[in-house]
Design a protein around this ligand. Structure first.
Ligand code: ISJ
Length: 320
C-alpha cells in the first residue's frame, strides 16, 4: 500500500497518509517535465509528534536500473557549455543538475527520515513509498505556492553559499531573475507584497529568499497559476522554454520527480513545494539529485562544488 510521511516547515507533527483513494487529504508528487503525477489520499491521516516517531519496520525497495552518473570532469564541461549558451543566446539562466549515486549500505529509511526532520526544521520533510514503483525522501526548503482563503503565497529562493562567506552580485542577480518571474505571474493579483531578500539557513549552507504574496479575485485559478509558475527559474531557467529544451538535450538523464513539485491539498488549503534536496532509494543504491542555477557569471568548478555541498542534505542524514 503506498504511503507518505511528511512534516511541514516549522511544525512538529508528522502526518501519515496511507492511500484509501478517498480524495480527501491529498499528497501528490509531480514530475519536472509535467509528464507524470501520482497522488494518494487518506480520509483520516494519522498525526504523530516527531519526538515520538519510532517506526522500525523493513521496506521492500526496488532494485535500481544500471546508471552511470556524470563524472566531475564532464559536469564541469557541461557547465562551461551552459555558460557559453547563455553568453551567446537570449537565455539568462539555466539550472543544471545531476545524480550523485552512492551505495545503499543498509541505511534505515525511517531513522534517516527522523534525522532529516530534526536537522531541517524549516523544510518540508517527506518520505514517499510506493511499493513496486519508487521510494523518495527529501527535505526541501522551497515553497512553490500556497493558498489559504484568498491569500496566495510563494518564495523566491536562489543563490547558495556557506555561512562563512559573503554574498556577491552573482547570487543577487540569480535570485532577482526568480523574483521578477514570480512578480510577473502575480501581476493580476491585488495587494501584491514583496519582502526580502533575506539570508536563510538550509542545513549547512545558506540561500537568498524573498517572500511574495497576493490577494486573489473571483476568476482566479490556482491550477493556471501553478502551470505558469512551474518550473520556476529556480529549477529551470529563463526564458523557461529555451532553458527547458537545453536541460532535456544536455543533462543526459531524466530528472523524474526532482525539481518537480509536491502537493498537499486539504479541504481548506493547498500547498505546493519544489522537490529539492531529495533522493530516490533502491535496495542497493541511492540516487541523490542536485543542481544549481547557471548564469553568465558562474564558475564551472564552483558549480560542481555547490552540488557536492547540496548532496550533504541527504548524505549527512543517512543512518543505519
Ligand atoms: C536546484 C537546486 O536548488 C535551487 C538552486 C539554487 C541555486 O542555484 O543557488 C538554490 C536553491 C534552489 O532554488 C537543488 O537543490 O538541486
Amino acid at each position: 500500500m503506498p504511503f507518505v510521511l511528511f512534516r511541514k516547515p516549522n511544525e512538529e507533527m508528522i502526518q501519515l497518509i496511507v492511500n484509501d483513494n478517498s480524495e480527501e487529504n491529498i499528497f501528490l508528487i509531480h514530475s519536472f517535465d509535467n509528464e507524470t503525477e501520482k497522488s494518494i489520499s487518506d480520509k483520516n491521516p494519522i498525526q504523530i509528534h516527531q519526538d515520538e516517531f519510532n517506526f522500525e519496520f523493513k521496506l521492500n525497495l526496488e532494485s535500481g536500473e544500471n546508471f552511470n552518473p556524470i563524472s566531475e570532469e564532464n559536469y564541469v564541461e557541461l557547465i562551461q557549455k551552459t555558460i557559453d549558451e547563455i553568453q551567446t543566446s537570449e537565455t539568462n539562466k539555466i539550472v543544471i543538475s545531476r545524480i550523485k549515486q552512492i551505495d545503499n549500505q543498509c541505511f534505515n529509511l525511517f531513522r534517516s527520515f527522523k534525522n532529516l526532520l530534526e536537522t531541517h526544521p524549516g523544510a518540508l520533510v517527506y518520505m514517499w513509498h510506493n511499493p513496486g514503483n519508487e521510494t523518495w525522501i527529501a527535505a526541501t526548503p522551497e515553497l512553490l505556492l500556497s493558498k489559504n482563503e484568498n491569500i496566495v503565497k510563494t518564495v523566491s529562493l536562489a543563490g547558495t553559499k556557506l555561512s562563512e562567506t559573503g554574498w556577491t552580485s552573482k547570487e543577487f542577480n540569480e535570485q532577482q531573475i526568480v523574483t521578477d518571474y514570480i512578480l510577473e505571474n502575480f501581476s493580476e493579483m491585488n495587494e501584491v507584497e514583496l519582502k526580502g531578500p533575506e539570508t536563510i539557513q538550509a542545513g549547512k549552507f545558506q540561500h537568498l529568499k524573498s517572500y511574495i504574496s497576493g490577494k486573489i479575485h473571483s476568476e482566479f485559478s490556482l491550477e493556471d497559476l501553478l502551470e505558469k509558475m512551474h518550473p520556476t527559474p529556480a529549477v529551470c531557467g529563463l526564458p523557461k522554454e529555451k532553458a527547458f529544451e537545453f536541460i532535456v538535450e544536455n543533462e543526459g538523464y531524466d530528472r523524474n520527480f526532482y525539481a518537480g513539485y509536491i502537493g498537499i491539498e486539504t479541504e481548506s488549503s493547498q500547498e505546493y513545494f519544489v522537490n529539492l534536496r531529495c533522493a530516490q532509494f533502491y535496495q542497493n543504491k541511492i540516487w541523490i539529485y542536485v543542481g544549481g542555477g547557471i548564469t553568465a557569471e558562474s564558475n564551472p568548478q564552483n558549480e560542481w562544488n555547490e552540488t557536492e555541498l547540496k548532496s550533504g542534505t541527504i548524505l549527512n542524514s543517512l543512518l543505519k
